[in-house]
Design a protein around this ligand. Structure first.
Ligand SMILES: [Ca+2]
Ligand SMILES: [Ca+2]
Length: 175
């Protein structure tokens, strides 16, 4: 019985750990970026990806609405939190770089946060240290985890909360 419970817990864990952020090579340019299908904000997702072979770089595309804030973080997994040494940037719908980071904190992971000024398709690029043009001119190699979150404007959150509270109150009055 205990064994069965443990097995079903493991099965549940494996389902829960299935990430939605996948990559399909080649995704090395904005033109071949992998599409990330996001949900309504607040939204978050994670995936284990890789710079493979050495010199690989990865692009992902997704929609941001004006006022939403994107946070994206890489965690190097090849050598614990140090390799691959990543860099990350964000391009707006006009392919203008609006955020860039090499190292976040004391590790070799990278992190950006950006509030969208306009709605449209944005491009997130990940590459290895030294490749400032994000074209694969580096020698970094290995797995990394990409974590992304999108949150609405704080005012919108409050409005949503107030709307939900009003809905609950209305339902209570009807009951
Ligand atoms: Ca890759
Ligand atoms: Ca790639």
């Amino acid at each position: 019985m205990k064994k069965l419970l443990f097995a079903s817990m493991l099965a549940g864990l494996s389902v829960a750990s299935q990430a939605i952020i996948f990559e399909f090579e080649s995704n090395n340019t904005t033109g071949t970026a992998n599409l990330i299908t996001r949900g309504a904000s607040p939204w978050a997702d994670v995936g284990q990806l890789s710079l493979n072979p050495a010199g690989d770089n990865d692009y992902f595309m997704f929609t941001l609405f004006a006022g939403e804030t994107l946070t994206a973080i890489t965690t190097p997994m090849q050598t614990q939190f140090s390799a691959p040494d990543t860099m990350i940037h964000l391009l707006d719908p006009g392919l203008v770089e609006v955020a860039f980071n090499d190292d976040a904190g004391s590790g070799f992971g990278s992190a950006i946060r950006y509030t969208a000024l306009t709605s449209g398709t944005y491009y997130l690029g990940i590459t290895g240290f030294g490749d400032r043009n994000f074209v694969g001119n580096h020698t970094e190699f290995g797995d990394y985890v990409l974590t992304m979150s999108i949150v609405p404007e704080p005012g919108t959150m409050i409005a949503l909360g107030a709307g939900a509270a009003a809905l609950v109150a209305r339902r209570r009055r009807r009951a």
